[in-house]
Each structure stands twice: as C-alpha cells, then as structure tokens.
Design a protein around this ligand. Structure first.
Ligand SMILES: NC(=O)c1ccc[n+]([C@@H]2O[C@H](COP(=O)([O-])OP(=O)(O)OC[C@H]3O[C@@H](n4cnc5c(N)ncnc54)[C@H](O)[C@@H]3O)[C@@H](O)[C@H]2O)c1
Length: 476
C-alpha cells in the first residue's frame, strides 16, 4: 500500500514534468539540426555523417542481396524505399498544434543512400548478382538493370563451421589453425575494406544463416576468457561470434539479424563499451512475429484472454532449408516463443494469460521459395469467458520485409556510433523479434512501445521535448 501511494505520487510528479515539457516552447527548427556540422542532444554531440559508410555483411543470401540491390535500385530512381523509417518516416515535434513533423532523415544527421558502399562474406563464391538471381526474390529484369554494380560485390572467404549450420556447405571458407587465426583474418578483411573502399565509417550486419542452438558458457563471460577460448578452439564459439569479435575489436558496430547469441553475450558487451562500438539484435522482426507484436498488445489493452496461439509457416528459400535442421530451428523457436510471455505478463494477469498454449512451427516447402505463408490460429476469450477465434494468413515475402529493416539498422547504428552511444541499443528493439536489453530488464516486444521508444530517442538526441501523449495542455 505504502509503495502504491509512493508510486502514485511519483506518477503525478512525472505527469507534471511531462505537462511542463509538453508546453515548453519548441526552440529550434528541425531541418537546421540535420544540416548542422555537429548537433548536440542532452549532453551528447553527434559527429557529422561525412564520407562513405561501409556496410559489411556476413551472409550474402536472400536478405543481403535484396537489401543491396534495393539500395542501388532506389539510388537509380527505379523504385521507392517502402518500409524504411529512415527514408519515408516522419517524427512529430512539439505540440500537435505546432504542425512540425519533419522526415526522420531531415531531423537527425543520417548517412545518405549515396554514401553506402558494400562488402560481404559467404561460403558460396557467387557475386551479388548471381546470389540475388539464385535467391529469386527480385524480378530478373530489375536485377539485370543493376548487373554491373551487383556483379562487382564479391564475397570474401567466410569463417564457417558445418557443425553450426548442418544443412549447407560451401567452398569459399577461410582456413586457420585456431579460431583466433580466423578472427585475425577477418580483422585483416575489415582493414582492407576500410582502405580500398575509402569508407570513413563501417557497420557489420549479420545476415548469415541461423546457427545451431547453444547457451552461453564460461568462455563468453569476459574478453579474457573469450580470447583464451579462441586460441584453444573452444567448440562453444560459433562463427558469428568470431565476426562479432573481429568487428568490435576494430571498433565497428554490429547488428545481428539472426536469432544466434552472437553479440548477446557479456564478452561482446564488454568489447562494445570498451571500443565504442554499439551493438543490437537479435533476429529481424518481419512477418509472423510482427503481427504477433501488434495483436497481442491489443488483447492486453482490452483485457481479452488468450488460451492458445498456434503459428505455422511454410517457406522454401535457403533460410527455410537451414531451419529444417532441429538445431537451427531450436534457435529460431526460442526467439519466436518469448514474445507472448513478455507482452502478456501472465504473472500480472493470471486469469487472462496464466494458461496459454503457444506453438510455433516452420516447415520447409520448396515450391514457395522466399514467398512465405504464415498462418496463425488464435483462441481468445471475452466477457464471462466466452471463446472466440482469430485467423491470420499472411502471404508475405520474407526478404522484402527484411530489407528496409537492414537499411534502417545500418543508418541508425552509424548514427549511434557518431553520437558516442555504446553497448546495447535497446531503442532499436523495434526491428527485432528477440530484442537485446540490459540483463536486469525484460525486453519490450510491443511494437507501439518500441516505435515510441525509437522516436523519443531521436528527439532526445536532438534536444527536442519527448512526446508523452498526455495532452492536458490542449484543454486548460
Ligand atoms: N524475413 C527474413 O528473411 C528474416 C527474418 C528474420 C531473420 N532472418 C534471418 O536472417 C538470416 C538471413 O536470411 P536469408 O533469408 O537471407 O537466408 P539465406 O540462406 O538466403 O542467406 C544466408 C547466407 O548466409 C551464408 N552463411 C551461412 N553461414 C555463414 C558464415 N559463417 N559466414 C558467411 N556466410 C554464411 C549462407 O551461405 C547464405 O548465403 C537468417 O539467419 C534468417 O533466419 C531472416
């Protein structure tokens, strides 16, 4: 009770501060921020986005090629960046009556699409044109218009371990006596790309296959333990971790698009903080989970109960083939299952969410290629416990949904790095199925909370008032 009173008081106090903030005169014009040589937020200074931004992609498959081909198509004026917040989104500033909603790209100083240069690693030696043609996501006529550019992006030899991805094998793989040797070779690749591309800044974006499920061990707890394990070829070090280690050692931010642990480890957090290289992950939130994190918050907001959620997918791309292996599927399953528990908070609402049957299946079905079908059967209940059902059948295109996420993450991680932000970038949870957060926190999965968090972080960076949606000032 005492705690309740205290928190009620605190809430009133916060609300007062929020009202005060909301009625504050907004001082500066957003566009002038973006153009400024450097801009300061709450004690932070954002270095300007000068020069080229190098994007390094381990895993040049369907997602990576759809992203790179898409960027080039947009640069050539052949298509529009649909689905990208950094390219098409706006951010409201000040009061609703102020009429200030600049484009995100006019508000925060982001790199432009023309600044982007690319490299990558893959176990197959297909260049990006061949890899994109093989992935079969984009129309061949579009790819042919981009052929000279896409053919010029060739994969570097990968760090690969068949034990971690059992369904595929390829010839373009590095050799080394120890995992530390392999890490050194990746670091040499990174330095080489920095030099040959002339990029002033770099980002690594994991778009490689989903690795087999493992849990963190003593080897992942500190940089010292991890380096010893690298030298001793510890089998608990997965290839994706070697890329992450190499990137962070070079001070390069790292985003993880797959559900592997990769940067979600104490060692990587330590390196990220030490070397000023922000990290984020895991697992791009594209189709079915996007829908889940839209619908589940609606049920909770309206206090509708849930007894079961059965999700099944059919897909026929290489990702689907990899996920046909139980080890890789387990990694994906863990990532997809956590969502409901965190949104619905059964401990707080035992009558509504205390007994949910949640099942996720992924079935490899080659005829569909990248055009996945995700079905959801949702059993809910309402007033007096009366049951109802919802069916969702999302005929989506996996890589078409993932590509704009990759673009936004590249640009926002680069912004974070220039703003001196280190460690986990929780404000980028919006883009992930299984968002990384501080060990003492639970992740925020609700898409609308994530969106608000992201936009408020941008406002905070640019010293604009945060938006609380309180709105009392309109009725005074
Ligand atoms: N909507 C989506 O497409 C989506 C959503 C969420 C997560 N993901 C994840 O993103 C990743 C990429 O998906 P995709 O559809 O492009 O898959 P894909 O199979 O087309 O591409 C993955 C590529 O990674 C390569 N690879 C595997 N291990 C590697 C290594 N150690 N080093 C370098 N290359 C390696 C493979 O050869 C392959 O070309 C997968 O892990 C997938 O689960 C995709």
């Amino acid at each position: 009770m005492a705690t309740g009173k205290k928190s009620a008081k605190a809430a009133v106090k916060t609300a007062r501060v929020e009202v005060k903030n909301a009625v504050n005169e907004v001082k500066s014009d957003a566009k002038s921020h973006a153009r400024a040589e450097s801009s300061s937020g709450h004690g932070i200074t954002i270095a300007p986005a000068k020069g080229k931004l190098g994007v390094m992609i381990p895993g040049m498959g369907a997602v990576a090629t759809t992203f790179v081909a898409g960027v080039e198509a947009i640069r050539k004026g052949l298509a529009k960046p649909i689905g990208s917040l950094t390219q098409m989104g706006t951010v409201r500033l000040g009061k609703r009556t102020d009429g200030r909603s600049p484009k995100v790209s006019d508000f925060v100083p982001l790199a432009t699409l023309d600044d982007l240069v690319f490299t990558g690693w893959d176990i197959f030696d297909d260049n990006m044109y061949d890899a994109a043609s093989h992935a079969g996501v984009l129309d061949q006529r579009l790819l042919d218009q981009l052929k000279p550019f896409l053919s010029s992006v060739k994969p570097r030899a990968a760090v690969f371990d068949h034990n971690y991805v059992k369904k595929i094998d390829g010839p373009n793989v590095k050799k080394g006596k120890t995992k530390m040797d392999l890490a050194e070779q990746l670091r040499a690749d990174i330095r080489d790309f920095r030099k040959t591309s002339g990029a002033s800044r770099l980002i690594t974006m994991w778009c490689g296959s989903t690795e087999s499920y493992i849990e963190a061990t003593a080897a992942h707890q500190s940089v010292k333990a991890f380096e010893k394990a690298l030298r001793e070829n510890d089998e608990m070090i997965a290839p994706s971790m070697i890329y992450a280690y190499a990137s962070l050692m070079e001070g390069v931010p790292f985003a993880n698009g797959a559900p592997n642990l990769t940067v979600d480890l104490p060692v990587m957090l330590e390196l990220s903080r030490k070397n000023n290289a922000p990290i984020c992950g895991k697992d791009f939130k594209t189709g079915q989970t996007l829908m889940k994190t839209v619908l589940a918050p609606a049920f909770k907001a309206r206090l509708l109960g849930l007894s079961g959620w059965y999700s099944t997918n059919i897909l026929g791309n290489r990702d689907g083939e990899v996920l046909d292996d139980p080890g890789s599927f387990k990694t994906k399953e863990e990532s997809k299952l956590g969502v409901l528990e965190h949104i619905l908070q059964p401990a707080l609402y035992p009558d509504l969410y205390g007994n949910i049957f949640h099942k996720v299946r992924i079935n490899y079905y080659p005829p569909r290629g990248d055009n996945k079908e995700g079905w959801d059967n949702i059993d809910i209940f309402g007033w007096l416990g009366y049951p109802m059902q919802i069916k969702v059948d999302f005929l989506c295109r996996d890589s078409i949904l993932a590509a704009p996420i990759v673009l936004d993450l590249v640009l926002f991680l680069d912004l974070a790095k220039r703003a001196g932000m280190r460690g986990i970038q929780e404000w980028l949870s919006f883009y992930f199925k299984s968002p990384m957060c501080a060990p003492e926190l639970y992740p925020e999965h609700d898409l609308f909370i994530q969106s608000m968090k992201l936009k408020n972080t941008l406002r905070w960076m640019m010293s604009e008032d945060l938006i609380t949606h309180l709105g009392q000032e309109y009725y005074d």
